[in-house]
Design a protein around this ligand. Sequence first.
Ligand code: BG6
Length: 478
Amino acid sequence: MSFPKGFLWGGATAANQYEGGWNEGGKGPSTADMLTNGTHTTPRKITRTWEDGLYYPNHIASDFYHHYKEDIALMGEMGFKVFRMSIAWSRIFPKGIEEEPNEEGLRFYDEVFDELHKQGIEPLVTISHYESPFYLTEKYNGWASRELVDLYVKYCNVIFNRYKDKVKYWLTFNEINCGTMPLGGYLGLGILNEGTTDFMNQKDDPQLRFQGLHHQFIASAKAVKLGHEINPDFKIGCMIAFMTSYPYSCNPKDVLKCQKEMQMGNYYCGDVQVRGEYPYFAKQYWKENNIQIQMEEGDEALLKEGKVDFYSFSYYMTNCVSTDPNLEGIGGNLIGGVKNPYLKASDWGWQIDPDGLRYTLNELYARYQVPLMVVENGLGAFDKLEEGNKVHDSYRIDYLREHIKCMEEAIEDGVDLIGYTPWGCIDLVSASTGEMGKRYGFVYVDSDDYGNGSFNRYKKDSFTWYKKVIASNGENLE
Ligand code: BG6
């Protein structure tokens, strides 16, 4: 038996892509509510107000807001030990600046957590998953302003106190390292610079982005300290989009280029949040990119005091890095890269690499020596609803099975892996494209890319398979 007793099997979602009810129960608009739909080839748009004739898929999403009892019952039936979800900040503070929280919003999550506990499921809550109140973007240009630190800590204070006996596991920011890339400007930091209309091609200001990231690091450290004061049993983690890159060849120039990409893309943020200080290579990067980080007195000490308890990450794919500009490129989560001739890719061009997960787990554990959790993994695919409301998703089972085997091998290698929550366990809206048709779930949600459908839930073949995996603690993968 490789998976330890008490291993946290479950699934993951995020409010902005799953919850819907975007203007119900006193919720304010969030940054995600301003995103139109797109496709693999047509980028989403960011609009400052809702424009006629455009569709905003996060508004309804999977309508968990009205289906939570049914959905949580399905999770219970699969045997989930943990459910990763996020709280919509603008459901608690509609504009982000109010003195008092929105009681109706707080009550909604009370009901969700109670329902989870009825099913014996532990919530794992992302405090900010790719959304913040849109008002904060309008007023402060999002995390570019240090004002957001206190507003975020106020929000944390409210939810930590309210749910201190219902929630033990917290993540401060989803994929915080997206802020090291231009795409993360709006997605993770709520920064909307003059002239930006296209989600995939934002007007980028690295100075604002890296300063914004510093504000998030400070906010995260403050939240960790505060959370531990409120309940010393809280386990508070970071969450990184881990995008493993391999040198395309053994040409030392490729190896060096790859090392640099790994440092800034993957390690920069984790190092701050786990080790409590900026890594040595940060200074050179700032210098080369003309970035001046404004630090206040006490910031360095704070980063040290607010180190996270565990490291969580998403893992979907890997890419190659090369100095040769003529090689064929390929897409990926947040960034693309050079195509790897040994790997196959999903319909969205994300290369499937289970061995890379074992490699990544070993690299991460060697670096940080704190418990690890894989809080996103999975295959986005077109599913077909067949007669009798069946979905035969053997491709998804294959993907997950191979990744679970590699996690098991990593545990045998000695890695302290404590949980696994595959992404979009119940179908939800894609973050990159806004499509409903890019599905990850064990449960099919009957809605199309425009929110047409009954929103009925149907179990896919992977549902029964995953239930057996959990019941056997990862032994039965057939
Ligand atoms: C991660 C995000 O980057 O990948 C999720 O944390 C996202 O929010 C997931 O949905 C899958 O990406 P996509 O673009 O297929 O939805």
